[in-house]
Design a protein around this ligand. Sequence first.
Ligand code: URP
Ligand code: ZN
Ligand code: ZN
Length: 460
Amino acid sequence: MPLLVKDGEIVTADSRTRADIFCEGETITRIAPHIEPPPGTEVVDARGKYVFPGFIDPHVHITLPFMGTLAKDTYETASRAALIGGTTTLIEMCCPARADDALGAFEHWRAQAEGRSACDFTFHMGATRYDAATESQLREIVGRGISSFKIFLAYKGAFGIDDTELYRTLRLARELGVIVTAHCENETLVFERQRELLAAGKTDPGRHHESRPPEVEAEGVHHLMTFAEMTGAHTYIVHLSCREALEEALAARRRGVQVSIETLIQYLVLDKTWAERPDFEGAKYVMSPPLRDAANQPVLWNGLREGLIQTVATDHAPFDFDGQKRMGEGDFTKIPNGIPSLEERINLLHTFGVRAGRIDLHTLVNAASTQVARIFDLYPRKGAIQPGSDADLVIYDPDHRGVISARTHHMNVDYSAFEGWKTEGRPSAVTVRGKVTVRDGVFVGDPAGGRFLRRTPSRA
Ligand code: URP
Ligand code: ZN
Ligand code: ZN
């Protein structure tokens, strides 16, 4: 059935127009001031609403064996939560353990999503080891539609790679035209700090950020930038949290290093005092890099507004407070890292970014959709509202008033880091490739309607 989105205000990364959008099959076919719906057309009334291109979360974890446990969401739960929050495409980190084969991991991660996702999806392929077999498997995976790798300079003994592996992964990426996303923290510094803190009996969640101060992240960024400069690889810094790391990345960019920067909604709206809350409550706010001093928040908002930071992600990594975060009682290094927020990213950006006057609507669309699509070879299929693009649309009611709670959210996790927070705005309808999947906060779509998105490296 064709779809007509009528009388909305279309807001893209660089334009704002009142017009109708006609979609046939899976794509947008016409945009005009007034379109008469042919018989049999489904009409979505968008009067008084914004119409955004579907949002893309460039950094989520759904299948994640990590720190002795497994992230809680499945594609069934995560994709519904994503859609209700306005995110129509997920880019998940495929993270094999060092001992695992890259190809086997890719097939496993894809199998978790295939036929179980309500929204579209693709992966950043984790390069958690580098040897001859891994190299040929990474080549094969790129041939199967993946155009980005993921590396960790942190998590000693788990996903972290050494400098030889880093150099070779970047060389391979350069050759294949693949962009390399990177978690930048110096793992040796983290490890030594953790040892010292624990030896001094400092075991509570509030010590987590003491073990990973801004210098640790800045060193990680500096390190990556040096290797990127030497290899010519295109890089993308995931979850950048602080001024020191931003300065390192911008200095590298000024000397010609190819680097894009992602920050997270958590760093924009939460600070380290949340992780210092008593009675182990702080564990809900343990993630890496850690929440920072509040002085970093205006730096990140300004960076976004000025286009120095390209994207806002969630690094969604859902671990229950009871049973999972509590594994770290008495030892903060055992608290599974992550602050779930897949469902809340857009509403928080709208409330604390746009409504608070820190960014405009175009910056929101750019950072949460269009730039992501451009960087990760999805544009203009995704991230755009134009004839030929996938009909992924978010009809957004800026006047809706909501309250966030774990009792009502759709993510499969027993707490919300934003419990009781008031939000302004929410998606009133969401479409994926021409089908309405959400109406007024309720999922009404095909639970298995999502598709794997094949991508071709564009930097070859
Ligand atoms: O704390 C975090 N960020 N958890 C997820 C894993 C990662 O580092 O991205
Ligand atoms: Zn990370
Ligand atoms: Zn992550």
